[in-house]
Design a protein around this ligand. Structure first.
Ligand SMILES: Nc1ncnc2c1ncn2[C@@H]1O[C@H](COP(=O)(O)OP(=O)(O)OP(=O)(O)O)[C@@H](O)[C@H]1O
Length: 540
């Protein structure tokens, strides 16, 4: 059984006969291939076993010759192999995996420049990469960074960053954003959304500057994010990708002196990255001209359009002259879709993978534990050689709680743990994140400030000590345990106090194939919520 689709056939073949190859069988056979390990049966004695999960190894992975039970386990296998540094991509532009987020088309020669997909090929490619698109005139996904006329220097910077191939969300949103489309994009945590807006922002800004010689350089693009930490990270990545181009950035966040930020903007920058509060402050107190802003990015858009941020974001938006808007998150509700569509006419909606669901690469281990026993349970985990995988982030619900818990960890386990939250000065927050990222601190206890967007590269374990207020935030928090499909673990403490989240949490756990603690599945809050779907709900 051959376990791949040949991209060369998408590219060259007659669209009506594009073959998805599973041995000699075509299309229909696709339905028979097990998507996940859960769809597969146990192996009978003497039968091959999946090298990942041990179920019936019905298929042979072409790239490694190992037995696997499903597309999901094949993906996991390929990720592992890739992480071990083995070359598993067989031929440039030859093979495209069925649902493999971390296994992309390699851009190794110039062939891709001339390749234009027909609409049938585009549909097939989108189906394979789980890309859904709604809206008019959305270009086909790109197969390589070099296929969309990016400035040469930007291509070099992308390569220097180690990005060999675009991820699926980049494949679709980069070409669409480059032609000026406004987009609402949802894709998994850790799937490369940041570069998917930075690449077009940098390209469009650099091209504009090269084409318009002006003395006064007003900002051309603005990215808003909900936290200072995320702004810092986005600006750093923008600098890296924009190096050597006419592309300067300014960071506008609270906690840093405003004078320096204004000075920098007045010297002429292309991109402002900031939090809404500080930006409004700056706009009210100082004369910053925003009329040249042509791209407005809302990262973590669902959070940015929530009460709390929405008014500030709208105030900033109204100060701009109808820019292209790019909006991104791993969690986008219908309400956000409606709000986004009302902001801008002719918006395109792009979603990659399973919207609003946790990243499949994060294993969720949910433990029922009473509030009074949570600390001890956490200490047990941190002191267990088997279960502790530093560096780890522990998420709590309050600033005070973060301080108390980090002290308690240090006292009880002897391990260095620090807290991070909104009451700490900016300088200290920067230093804490830096020490954590370079491995000086094995455990960081955080409120929501590190819950969304931040790319904590080496983190493979998070502990959700206090469940956040919504399942959306939960999806983002546990998403810190995996980047680009690498496997991670989220240990999650739940108890009766989180009852308002039980129905959604159980749905999420079921859809991820995670074990559900007995107390949770037997809870009357679950039983009553699933009782007679469509009939009236009981009131508690
Ligand atoms: N094409 C690529 N090739 C290799 N690595 C990439 C590529 N694109 C992005 N990355 C890396 O993948 C990691 C995750 O990307 P990023 O932080 O943008 O994810 P995200 O989708 O914004 O996640 P989240 O929703 O959690 O914010 C980063 O370390 C980034 O540098």
């Amino acid at each position: 059984m051959r376990f791949f689709i040949k991209l060369s056939e998408i590219m060259e073949g007659n669209p009506s006969s594009v073959a998805v190859e599973y041995g000699d069988e075509v299309d229909d056979a696709l339905n028979d291939v097990k998507e996940t390990g859960r769809d597969q049966r146990e192996a009978l004695p003497g039968e091959p076993k999946c090298v990942i999960c041990g179920r019936y190894g019905e298929y042979i992975c072409d790239e490694t010759d190992d037995d696997v039970c499903s597309l999901e386990c094949k993906q996991t296998l390929l990720c592992r192999v890739a992480n071990r540094g083995m070359q598993v991509v067989p031929q440039p532009l030859e093979r495209l995996p069925a649902t493999d987020e971390c296994f992309y088309v390699r851009d190794s020669d110039d062939k891709s420049r001339s390749q234009v997909l027909t609409s049938a090929q585009t549909d097939l490619l989108r189906r394979k990469l789980e890309i859904n698109v709604k809206g008019n005139v959305v270009p086909a996904p790109i197969l390589s960074f070099s296929s969309c006329n990016l400035p040469q220097k930007l291509l070099q910077n992308i390569e220097a960053a180690g990005y060999e191939m675009p991820t699926p969300v980049q494949m679709q949103s980069i070409p669409a954003a480059l032609i000026g489309k406004s987009l609402l994009v949802s894709a998994d945590t850790g799937s490369g959304k940041t570069a998917s807006f930075l690449v077009p922002v940098i390209s469009r800004c650099a091209n504009f500057r090269n084409g318009h010689l002006q003395n006064q350089k007003k900002p051309l693009a603005m990215v808003l994010t909900p936290t200072r930490e995320l702004c810092i990270q986005v600006e750093e990545q923008a600098k890296l990708l924009g190096k050597g181009l006419p592309f300067k950035t300014a960071l506008v966040v609270g906690g840093d002196a405003m004078a320096g930020q204004i000075y920098r903007i007045q010297q002429g920058v292309e991109l402002i990255v900031g939090t809404p509060g500080r930006l409004i402050d700056l706009l009210i107190k100082h004369d910053i001209e925003l009329d040249d802003i042509m791209i407005f990015v809302l990262d973590e858009v669902d959070c940015m359009l929530q009460r709390g941020f929405r008014d500030q974001v709208m105030q900033i938006f109204r100060a701009l002259s109808q820019p292209q808007i790019l909006m991104y998150s791993a969690t986008i509700s219908q309400e956000v879709e409606k709000m986004a569509s009302s902001l801008v006419k002719d918006i395109a909606l792009v979603s990659v993978g399973r919207p609003n669901k946790p990243n499949k690469a994060v294993k969720q281990v949910v433990i029922w534990v009473d509030s009074k026993k949570k600390k001890q349970k956490l200490f047990d985990i941190l002191m267990s050689q088997q279960h502790f995988m530093p560096p780890a982030v522990v998420y709590v619900g309050s600033r005070f709680g973060a301080d108390l818990l980090s002290n308690a960890i240090t006292v009880t386990t002897g391990m260095k743990a620090l807290s991070i939250h909104g009451d700490k000065p900016m300088k200290e927050r920067r230093e804490i994140v830096r020490s954590f990222l370079i491995g000086d601190i094995p455990v960081i206890v955080s409120t929501g400030v590190l819950g969304r967007g931040v790319d904590l590269l080496s983190v493979r374990q998070v502990v959700v000590f206090d469940m956040p207020n919504s399942i959306k935030e939960y999806v983002h928090q546990i998403g810190r345990a995996s980047r680009l499909g690498e496997e991670g673990v989220a240990i999650v403490f739940v108890n009766e106090e989180n009852k308002n989240l039980f129905p959604e949490l159980v749905d999420i756990l079921k859809s991820s194939g995670a074990a559900i603690p007995r107390e949770l599945s037997n809870s009357r809050y679950i039983l009553s919520s699933s009782f007679g779907k469509g009939s009236k709900k009981r009131k508690h």
